[in-house]
Each structure stands twice: as structure tokens, then as C-alpha cells.
Design a protein around this ligand. Structure first.
Ligand code: SAH
Length: 243
């Protein structure tokens, strides 16, 4: 008889392993039992960001709480390449989009940065992190990139690791050949500017960094959210796990 397959994937905080029980939060219990209408005996696929994906069975289903039990591992842990995404937050819905797409496309962490022309002063970190979790739940991923608190780009560059290269998407190179030239694998980051673009000072600073590689994204100026997806595609195809 075919095994009952889980219809729902859920990110949890608990450790996952053979016969491990997993307590549910109030929100998770509400989602599984009231929204998805699961009950005792039903299957759920679980991941926590480091133990791979596990099939679990509902043991207790309450309105505000519940318990699952792990049965067997259904996928090994898959971590993304060592790639960070740095971007300047834009309008709320477009910022959400960038975080969601970055989580789907495979980045190790997400760093919102404040640039001279950044439109958005604040971000809701919990909301952005929730978008990354949801994206991983939906795309079958087992890793959730942490979203770090927003910091000024200058500070981030002051502390930039010597061994991490930076693919700097420079809108003034519009029309140049879109290629990561003579690039090497290893630790990388992609940097996308705000709707207003980088300031001359920022561009000069980035150009002077040994780790930075200025890159064109083709003959059209892209909106920041499009640019993020295009840049991650280019990096993944050239140096990442699509290569
Ligand atoms: N207002 C700016 C465009 C900013 S686009 C102008 O008119 O020049 C937002 C960000 O997307 C840029 O800072 C850059 O990082 C990236 N970007 C968009 N199109 C690009 C292109 N053709 N080449 C390189 N980077 C690009």
C-alpha cells in the first residue's frame, strides 16, 4: 500500500530525529488542525534548517497545542552555497518579494543595508524572516536564510571579510556585457542598490575594494526586485549550485 504522503510542510524549531517528538506552537497547531484540518495519524513533513526533512505523524491535535512524532528522514539537509544577498530595502511588498525569492533561489543569509538613497528607513525583521520561512516551506527547501537587522552599507563594508568576494551590481554598467568575468568559486555576496541607485561616493568606495567585482545586468535598467532575482540567477548559473 502506498505510504500516506504529507500534504503540509512545516518549519519547526525542535531537533528532528528518529521517534523525536515535536511540540507545536499555538500558531502551528491552529494552522495544522483548524486551517488544514489535519488530525491524529495524519502526516506532516518537517524541517528545522539543519536536520533535513522528516515525515512526522500527528500524535495530539488540540486547538492551541499539539504534538507530532518523527517517523523517518525523507530528504537530507541541503544547504545553499556560501552566498549572501545585500540589498537596500524598497517598498514593503517589493522588499518581501526580494526576501522570498532569495530564500527560494538559495542564499545563505540576507543582509538589508541602508545606502544613501535607500527609500525605506525601517524594516520589520520578524515579517521578513517569516517570509523566508514560508518560502522554504513552499519550495521544498530544508534551509532558511537568516535575515539580519538592517545596517548602514558603509559599516558593513568597513568590516567586509577579506576572503568574501562581492558581486556589485552597478547600474552605470548598463549595456556592458553581463558576465562574472574570471570569477572564482568560494565565499561571495551579491549587492543590489535601491531604486535611486548608488551614490557616487558609494560607487567609488565599492570600486576601490579588492573583493568587489562590478557587474552589469544587461542592456536595461531593472527595478531592484528584478535585479535581485537576475543577479542571483547569474551567480547561481556561473558559480553556484546550478552550475
Ligand atoms: N535609479 C537608478 C537605477 C537603480 S536600479 C538609475 O536610473 O540609474 C536598482 C538597482 O538594481 C541598482 O542599484 C543596481 O544594483 C541594480 N541594477 C538594475 N539594473 C542594472 C543593470 N542593468 N546593471 C547592473 N545593475 C543593475
Amino acid at each position: 500500500m502506498a505510504e500516506k504522503r504529507a500534504k503540509v510542510r512545516l518549519h519547526v524549531a525542535a531537533a528532528l530525529g528518529e521517534a523525536q517528538s515535536v511540540p507545536l506552537s499555538r500558531d502551528q497547531a491552529h494552522y495544522l488542525f483548524s486551517v488544514m484540518r489535519l488530525g491524529p495519524g495524519d502526516r506532516v513533513a518537517l524541517f528545522n534548517g539543519h536536520d533535513g526533512e522528516w515525515q512526522a505523524e500527528v500524535i495530539e491535535a488540540g486547538k492551541r497545542a499539539g504534538v507530532l512524532r518523527c517517523l523517518s528522514q525523507s530528504a537530507p539537509q541541503m544547504n545553499p552555497p556560501d552566498l549572501w544577498l545585500l540589498f537596500a530595502p524598497i517598498k514593503k511588498a517589493r522588499t518581501d518579494f526580494i526576501v522570498e525569492k532569495a530564500a527560494e533561489m538559495g542564499v545563505a543569509r540576507i543582509l538589508p543595508v541602508q545606502t544613501r538613497h535607500t527609500n525605506s528607513e525601517r524594516i520589520r525583521l520578524d515579517r521578513l524572516q517569516a517570509h523566508a520561512v514560508e518560502a522554504a516551506e513552499q519550495c521544498g527547501g530544508t534551509y532558511v536564510p537568516p535575515v539580519l537587522p538592517m545596517r548602514p552599507l558603509e559599516r558593513v563594508l568597513d568590516e567586509w571579510p577579506a576572503d568574501r568576494r562581492l558581486m556589485f551590481c552597478d547600474e552605470t554598467l548598463v549595456g556592458a556585457t553581463a558576465r562574472l568575468k574570471a570569477a572564482q568559486a568560494g565565499a561571495w555576496a551579491v549587492l543590489i542598490g535601491p531604486e535611486g541607485g548608488f551614490s557616487d561616493g558609494e560607487r567609488a568606495r565599492l570600486r576601490s575594494m579588492e573583493q568587489a567585482v562590478a557587474v552589469s545586468l544587461g542592456p536595461r535598467i531593472l527595478r531592484a526586485d528584478t535585479a535581485a532575482v537576475a543577479a542571483l540567477t547569474m551567480w547561481q548559473l556561473t558559480l553556484g549550485d546550478w552550475a
